[in-house]
Design a protein around this ligand. Structure first.
Ligand code: MD6
Ligand code: FE
Length: 200
């Protein structure tokens, strides 16, 4: 389902691979635990994050950035699992972005009560590549905003296995996630979101 030019929701696209993706998340988390980072403004995020790939997205009092090392462990991030890469390349292709070559994956973990306020993804080096976003576990309401933070966002339900691909004219659209509700899911009482990016 097209959301706007450049952005498409592929309902259930990753459902057949969801168990493998969840197993790979667990492996990454064992080495590089989820942690709730602090924004440059000093707020602790309600969403817990970790990364895999060459670089990982981090935030602290000094700003948002991609970093080669996990500030928590001082080590490089774990390699991107084949399951992530393969799924993202196929989803991008279906959405019309050929040759997507992700080098980073931010993994978000939401628990009931977690939310993500409206933001743009603009720390990547070039905005020509799309972002592939995979939802696993509990359903969420994605807030699909506009060109400015003040535009009233559209509300889109994202379910276990759904994939959103966006790029081109939609690449800098404001977006966020409404407060997560509790429940049961194939990932327990969590929602995970993978965002695969060409960051560097
Ligand atoms: C989430 N996603 O779904 C948050 N950003 O948990 C994002 O912030 C996001 O899904 C850029 C591209 C795709 C996304
Ligand atoms: Fe984002």
């Amino acid at each position: 389902m097209p959301l706007q030019p450049g952005a498409i929701l592929l309902g259930g696209f990753a459902a057949p691979e969801a168990d493998q993706l969840l197993a790979d998340i667990q492996r990454i988390e064992e080495a590089n635990p989820f942690r709730r980072m602090v924004t440059p403004g000093g707020w602790q995020m309600s969403v817990a994050m970790t990364n895999c790939g060459e670089v990982g997205w981090v935030t602290d009092r000094s700003g948002y950035r991609y970093d080669w090392l996990d500030p928590e462990t001082g080590e490089p991030w774990p390699a991107m699992p084949m399951s992530f890469r393969s799924m993202a390349e196929r989803a991008a292709e279906v959405a019309g972005f050929t040759g997507f070559d992700p080098d980073s994956c931010l993994i978000n973990r939401y628990e009931p009560g977690s939310r993500l306020s409206l933001h743009q993804d603009r720390n990547e080096r070039d905005f020509d590549a799309p972002i592939v976003s995979v939802s696993l576990g509990l359903p969420a309401t994605f807030l699909w905003g506009g060109v400015t933070r003040g535009d009233k966002p559209m509300r889109v339900r994202l379910l276990h296995g759904d994939v959103v691909v966006w790029g081109g004219p939609a690449r800098l659209t404001f977006h966020g996630v409404d407060t997560l509700h509790g429940g049961a899911s194939p990932a327990g009482s969590f929602r995970y979101n993978l965002t695969l990016r060409a960051a560097r």
